[in-house]
Write a protein that binds this ligand. Structure first.
Ligand code: 5AD
Ligand code: SF4
Length: 450
């Protein structure tokens, strides 16, 4: 008699690394008899994979947990064991606090230990009903212990190449929640990429908190840079597109810049956060570069790949930011001209140096600066996207739209492109003639297919 599979529901917040982690968490749990489901109803195990980078994340996690409590109570009244787990960066930062505040949570585990899930799940589902908190940074690398993927992630796949951060920007929790910088050995990255391509992925998105600081050991025993890894990946037949994120300006070395001019499979897109245009604020943020150095990198990139689309993260209202500093941020955005840009109000993260700086900016000033910056960015993105109207772009369809017959994919420049098209085009690279553009996406018609 076949046993019914246990249902696993995972909710993911935050960055691409968290999305990748959720896939890996599923890969560990599926061999234990779980199958992934899309809704929490009747799930035997609920995992909240959390993000701590900006404000209110913790409160959102507790309110979500509150909603899950009746679900657990109802099921347990029917004699069905239900495991509630909190994973990710809030789990790492809050640990025991979560068990104290939410007595119905069974398991709390940080981003570095999900390869140990079989043991943890065995403990919490056992007779003694143990509760487990695991926020260790084990000496062994989880990458060495993770099983191979169970399902193809689809046309576009993430591969973590590097994790953690030693940069300690004064506003950021990542060095505390993800731990210190670690680069995966080259061979395991290449093996994972090959497997993904064999199961149908055409695009590989290399992930790392400081991905361009990658310095892993190559098959020849020498240290490889990210550019070396990209060159090797480009030799994989069937792989059409390579991307990487997130990069730090200080690690933007010439071999990587030049790779953008040399490797066709490396897409003309780079997310390179500047955070602020003021040298005074960059210094207080401990970014270790000036806006002039950043501009120089952009100039070099554009020299080797003139059509490269640039993207950035910007924080407004960092402690000590004056109107003048903010104008410097507006200037750099105007000068660089981004294809896309993410902007955030500074939020004090407990335990980070900037949180206790004396000169915090008033909320109303943060609000007005953010509004001005976002209006500039929206104009810029809209002009940028409209410049593609009339062009034909190769689009890799990796999502289905909400409406029947709608497909969504990405252009080489990372824009979302919407078309009406047959479902059989899902997973394919198709030429699309761009007809319309907004600040956030393009739409068009499929060019004649043979
Ligand atoms: N406040 C506001 N934005 C932040 N970010 C990181 N920490 C904070 C914070 N404390 C932003 C940065 C980073 C992006 C992922 O989130 O811009 O690049
Ligand atoms: Fe955070 Fe700075 Fe590290 Fe990026 S480089 S993860 S912003 S500390």
């Amino acid at each position: 008699m076949a046993f019914a599979k246990k249902k696993l529901f995972i909710k993911t917040w935050g960055c691409q690394m968290n999305v990748y982690d959720s896939q890996k968490i599923a890969d560990v749990l599926i061999p234990m008899g779980y199958e992934q489901v899309d809704t929490p109803d009747d799930a035997d195990m609920l995992v909240l994979n959390t993000c701590h980078i900006r404000e209110k994340a913790t409160e959102k996690v507790f309110s979500d947990l509150g909603r899950m409590r009746p679900h657990k109570t109802r099921r347990e009244e029917q004699g069905k064991k239900t495991v509630i787990a909190v994973a990710g960066c809030v789990a790492q930062a809050e640990g025991d606090v979560i068990l104290d505040r939410a007595p119905y949570v069974d398991l709390v585990f940080g981003p570095q230990v999900y390869h140990q899930l079989p043991q943890m799940v065995a403990k919490v589902t056992g007779e003694d009903k143990n509760r487990v908190v695991n926020t260790d940074f084990p000496v062994e690398s989880k990458f060495d212990y993770l099983p191979e993927e169970h399902e193809s992630p689809g046309p576009s796949a993430f591969v973590a190449v590097q994790e953690g951060c030693d940069k300690f920007c004064t506003f950021c929790v990542v060095p505390y929640t993800r731990g210190s910088e670690f680069s995966r050995p080259v061979q395991s990255i290449l093996d994972e990429a090959k497997r993904l391509v064999e199961t149908g992925s055409q695009e590989i998105f290399l992930l790392g908190q400081n991905v361009n600081g990658y310095h892993g050991t190559g098959p020849n025993g020498k240290e490889w840079t990210l550019a070396d890894v990209i060159k090797s990946l480009a030799d994989i037949d069937g792989l059409s597109r390579i991307r990487y994120t997130t990069s730090h300006p200080c690690d933007m070395q010439d071999d990587l810049i030049n790779a953008h001019g040399e490797i066709d499979k490396l897409m003309p897109y780079l997310h390179l956060p500047i955070q602020s245009g003021s040298n005074k604020i960059l210094k207080a943020m401990n970014r270790k570069h000036t806006h002039e150095e950043y501009r120089e990198i952009i100039a070099k990139l554009r020299a080797v790949r003139p059509d490269i689309s640039l993207s950035s993260d910007i924080i407004v209202g960092f402690p000590g930011e004056t109107d003048e500093d903010f104008e410097d941020t507006m200037s750099i955005v105007r000068d660089v001209v981004y294809g896309s840009c993410y902007s955030f109000k500074y939020s004090a993260r407990p335990g980070t140096p900037a949180a206790i700086m004396k000169n915090q900016v008033l909320e109303k000033d943060k609000d007005s600066r953010l509004a001005r910056l976002q209006s500039l960015i929206t104009d810029q993105q809209s002009t940028y996207n409209k410049s593609f109207i009339g062009q034909t772009l190769p689009v890799l369809f990796d999502r289905k739209g909400r409406d029947e017959g709608q497909l969504i994919g990405r252009s080489p420049y990372m824009q979302s492109v919407h078309v009406k098209g047959n479902e059989r085009l899902f997973g394919q690279m198709v030429n699309v003639k761009i007809k319309r553009a907004t600040a956030s996406s393009l739409s068009g018609e499929i060019d004649i297919i043979d």
